[in-house]
Design a protein around this ligand. Structure first.
Ligand code: DX5
Ligand code: ZN
Length: 226
């Protein structure tokens, strides 16, 4: 496993009244993906964006759109989000009893499938499907809101999944989401993560988006030396 570190700013914390500018700022600052959080007010206690916003973001950036579905009926909405421009479409293992089928459905619709786990879900819950996905997302906070504190316990799960992926000789990306910033980036990378979602640490940073992304990236690279 010798993958580069990627930073995926989450527009959940962007200034939505200037969304196009915020996305371009992130792209100019060297972001690797744009992370779009879809919440339905049912799977999680918050409501955010739908396919219309994914479609709008698609028109202002060439970066891959990393769409994170926190919704109760992901299978029904897969075609809509792929048509809207999702490059990576990540679904929660807790949201479906038919993850294997759902992953094939995402791939057949034309996107790269990802699977994600809530903090209370163990790594073993996805052991049968790790070779079917292109990305595994470890939630390092409980999904629903930006700006929450990183849950330390999830570091062990990142390390477990890194071992499982390497053992399976999979080059699927290992991504973390929630509470990631300069203080946590090095540790999640040391545990094996290579794609770092960051919302508040990028868009609420007083020093601005560009400098925030550079600082997180520098902190992340220190994790490779551990
Ligand atoms: C939380 C979302 C995250 C959120 C992360 O439910 O999935 O993507 O934007 O926000 P921060 O980086 O502020 O914890
Ligand atoms: Zn997310």
């Amino acid at each position: 496993m010798n993958q580069p570190i990627k930073i995926a700013p989450s527009i959940l914390s962007a200034d939505i009244t200037h969304l196009a500018d915020e996305v371009r700022r992130a792209e100019d600052a060297g972001a690797d993906y744009i992370h779009v959080d879809i919440m339905d007010g049912n799977f999680v206690p918050n409501i955010t964006f739908g396919p219309l916003v994914v479609k709008a973001v698609r028109t202002v950036t060439d970066l891959p759109l990393d769409v994170h579905l926190m919704i109760s009926d992901p299978a029904f909405y897969v075609p809509r989000f792929v048509d809207a421009g999702a490059d990576i479409l990540t679904v929660h293992i807790e949201a479906t009893p038919h993850a294997h089928r759902l992953i094939q459905q995402i791939r057949e619709a034309g996107a790269r499938p990802g699977i994600t786990l809530n903090p209370s879900t163990p790594a073993i819950a996805i052991s049968e499907i790790i070779t079917d996905v292109d990305l595994i997302l470890v939630m390092t906070v409980n999904p629903g809101f930006g700006g929450q504190a990183f849950i330390e316990r999830t570091l062990d799960k990142v390390a477990d999944l890194r071992r499982m992926l390497d053992g399976a000789r999979s080059d699927a990306e290992l991504e973390v989401d929630g509470g990631i910033g300069p203080l946590t980036a090095g540790r999640v990378v040391a545990a094996g993560a290579r794609v770092l979602v960051a919302g508040a640490a990028v868009f609420d940073a007083p020093e601005g988006v560009s400098s925030a992304i550079s600082t997180i990236r520098e902190a992340a690279y220190t994790g490779l030396e551990r």
